[in-house]
Every structure is written in structure tokens, then in C-alpha cells.
Design a protein around this ligand. Sequence first.
Ligand code: AMP
Length: 228
Amino acid sequence: MPRIPVKLVSWEEITEWSWGLAKVIEKSGYVPDVVIAIARGGYVPARLLCDFLGIENLLSIQSQHWTEAAKKGERAIIKFDYSVDLTEYRALLVDDIIDTGESVILAKEHISNSWRPKDLKIAALQWISSVAKIKPDFYYMEVKEWVWFQYPWTRLEDVTQFLKRIIESSYREEGRVSWTLEDLNKKFIEWYDIAVGGRYIAEAIEVLAKRGLLKAINGSYIYTATTM
Ligand code: AMP
């Protein structure tokens, strides 16, 4: 059984969903003249919406809540609080997914109060309606049951976190310190049930080794917590 529900999202799906979202916005009659991407998850959808809706103006705000995969930070914060004058613009605030909704609520409040656009609407590829504190003006997909969507732009970051959790909890639960690449691949599928490809697993192991969590010894990886 997977430890948390995860769904792998492909680049093709992202393109498809962004087209779908662009059509929803177009049909509504709302014509934004600036797109604001919520960093970091909104970057790719925002850029695609600029392309699909023919919008030249793109800027960004970093409203951050989830600092690691499927693990909530305490509260949302605005990083890099700069100011721009949007009084002449109709804005579209874009994120990948609205989960708790806290990041988008904070970004919207900040933009309304400090950037003051003529109009401001929210668009997201996905909206988790069962948990979100806000409903976006435009969305492509309503998600009823909570899932962690493993987007292509956070693949290495997520795989690294997921492997780290496997290694740390196997040490806590069974005292395990030694892993082969094959073991890690197998456990990854057992825990998360997604096929990310060998490249990501190998690169994530490299990241963990660089951070000092794993050491490669005679073809095995040793969890270093015991020696630290
Ligand atoms: P939230 O403030 O809870 O609506 O989420 C803020 C950001 O965290 C989202 O824009 C995503 O980038 C990321 N995130 C939150 N929940 C998920 C999820 N279920 N799957 C993938 N990414 C998520």
C-alpha cells in the first residue's frame, strides 16, 4: 500500500490541462492584460496561459506554504515584498493547484492591497474542492479526494524528499542502514506507486549523498545518521 496517495503528472498532461484552462478563461469573457505567476508552482501554467491567450505581460509573486513534498509549512508567507503599480491592468493570478488555498488567498490579498489592479481573478489547473478555503474563478480540474500531484517541475525535489523519508523511517522502524539501488527503487514503488524513471532516482540519491545523508560504499548506499 502506498504511504500517501501520489499521482504522477506528465508534461503532456500539463499542456493539455493548460489548454483546457485557457479555453475556460476565454469562454468567460475575461481578458487579462497581465498574468501573475505564483512562485514556484504557477510558473509553467502561467507561461503556457500567456502563450495560449496571447498575453505579453508576465510577472510573479512568491507566496509559499508547502516547503517540501506533501508536508505543509506552518503558514503562507510573501517572500520578496516588492511593489508594482497595476492600476491600469486587469490581472490573472495563476497557480498549479489550490489545495488549502492559503498561498493564493495571501497572494490575492497582497496584490489587491499593494499592486492595486483594476481587476484580479484567480486561475488554477486544479482545485481540491474538499479542502480548499477558496474557489478559483477559473480551474480546469476539480479534485474531490486529496492526492499529491507529482508535477514534472518538482520531480527531483519530490523524489529526493520521498527517498529521504523511506531511508529515515526504515532506520527508525527497523534500524536499516544499507541500501542497494535496486532496494531503493523497489521501496519507492511500494511506498509511492509512481514510475518516475531511473534517472530521477539516481539523481536524487546523488543529492542525498551531497547532503551527507548517504555514503556510497562498495556498490551500496549507507545511511550516515548512525555515524553522525
Ligand atoms: P496551498 O497553499 O495549500 O493551496 O498550496 C500551495 C502550493 O503547494 C501549490 O500551489 C502547489 O505548488 C503545492 N501543493 C499543495 N498541495 C499540493 C498537492 N496536493 N499536489 C501538488 N502540489 C501541491
